[in-house]
Design a binder for this molecule. Structure first.
Ligand SMILES: Cc1ncc(COP(=O)(O)O)c(C=O)c1O
Length: 396
């Protein structure tokens, strides 16, 4: 015994996306002009009518505990949103409001994963998934995505699936790749989930941010999927509300009740005033969502075109979210600013220290020869950052 940490805590990796962001922010705090492509959040302010609803909730004294699973008003707003996004009419006891989509995911994984259970996780993955699976003592079953456009296929999953596999995580649009799984691929994945009796956690947090011909479809919409899918979404990305911390989950009543039970003994209800603001977000005017999407789209097209002109870099055109997922294997073994580049960690460090640009190395996403560039910053800053990155890599 003694003053040691629980193994659960000791084996957690700190979020690498937060680490580079923290380093960039500390340079910024010192007054260094860093272009930060590390952020995982919109650069826009929360639309004014939403912020006002939060202020009004305080004035009206909506400052007490709410029901653990969320207020009736917010559940009703979420149910209406899910009717549009997913196509099912969920009941109030099939919906749970939590402290951000990350918390919704945590509750879901805690509710379905027993020690030793396998959870199929497509690679590249958002950094939090493997850590949450390990917190539940589950086995992370990595599913390499083979298509160059980053789209997950049924065959990818079949190559890894074992008798221990209990669940599958689907994240479309994807963080980090921006890939959107088209309906025909989703249908094939859904059929596999039914055949092999898998839970599916469908993280649709970037569902409102899709571009070109991409269509956002929920895997929960396919036959036999409603009873085995936990849909995860929230207000953070679509409404520029990352700090408010409101996410939600929808699924079969038994699983939602189990998740609610876990939440009741950890956080209780999410913040009452943030719930009021989320009602305004979901039920109020939606123009701001579209305006932000269009601005992300402009930046996306500019950034992907320019990145592909930099020596040694290659990026597929992302169809969703606000990230470029860049293959830097063309620079492995090359010398950049006097450093021999062995991985994207080396390259990211060189850019941060020598060019004052922050990107997130792919190591934490399971892909050490890639990096993630978030274009959730102004076109002007994107131009400046890419100028600096290109100049360093090309020795100018
Ligand atoms: C794929 C994915 N899911 C969930 C989240 C968490 O969102 P929230 O801020 O609502 O917890 C993020 C945030 O970065 C994300 O990228």
């Amino acid at each position: 015994m003694g003053l040691e940490l629980a193994t659960r805590a000791a084996r957690l990796s700190p979020s690498p996306t937060m680490a580079i962001d923290a380093k960039a922010k500390s340079l910024l705090a010192e007054g260094v002009d860093v272009v930060n492509f590390g952020a995982g959040e919109p650069d826009f302010d929360t639309p004014a009518h939403i912020a006002e609803a939060g202020i009004e909730a305080i004035r009206q004294g909506q400052t007490r505990y709410t029901a653990v699973a969320g207020t009736a008003e917010l559940k009703a707003a979420v149910i209406e949103r899910l009717r549009i996004d997913v196509g099912h009419r969920y009941q109030p006891n099939e919906v749970l409001i939590s402290v951000g989509a990350k918390h919704s995911l945590y509750n879901a994984i805690m509710a379905i994963v027993d020690p030793g259970d396998g959870v199929l996780l497509p690679v590249p993955y958002w950094v939090t998934y493997p850590e949450q699976i390990r917190l539940a003592d589950g086995e992370v079953q990595l599913v390499p995505i083979r298509r160059a456009d980053g789209v997950l296929t049924r065959e990818d999953i079949e190559a890894v699936l074992t008798s221990r596999s209990r669940g599958l995580i689907v994240n479309s649009p994807s963080n980090p790749s921006g890939a959107v799984i088209p309906p025909e691929e989703l249908r094939a994945i859904a059929e596999l989930a039914v055949e092999r009796d898998l839970w599916v956690i469908s993280d649709e947090i970037y569902g409102r941010l899709v571009y070109d011909d991409a269509q956002q479809v929920s895997i929960a919409a396919f036959p036999g999927m409603r009873e085995r899918t936990i849909v995860i979404n929230g207000v953070s990305k679509a409404y520029a509300m990352t700090g408010w911390r409101i996410g939600f989950a929808a699924g079969p009543r038994a699983i939602i009740e189990a998740m609610s039970g876990i939440q009741s003994q950890s956080t209780s209800n999410p913040t009452s005033i943030a719930q009021a603001a989320a009602v305004a977000a979901l039920t109020g005017p939606q123009e701001a969502v579209e305006a932000m999407r269009q601005e992300f789209d402009r930046r996306r097209r500019y950034a992907v075109e320019r990145v592909n002109r930099i020596r040694g870099l290659k990026a597929a055109v992302p169809k969703g979210a606000f990230y470029l997922w860049v293959d830097m294997s063309g620079l492995i073994g090359e010398v950049v600013a006097g450093r021999t580049i062995a991985s994207s960690d080396d390259l990211a460090l060189a850019w941060l220290e020598e060019a004052k640009v922050a990107v997130v190395p792919g190591t934490g996403f399971g892909a050490p020869h890639y990096f993630r560039l978030s274009y959730a910053t102004s076109l002007e800053r994107i131009a400046t950052g890419l100028d600096r990155m290109a100049a360093l890599v090309e020795g100018r």
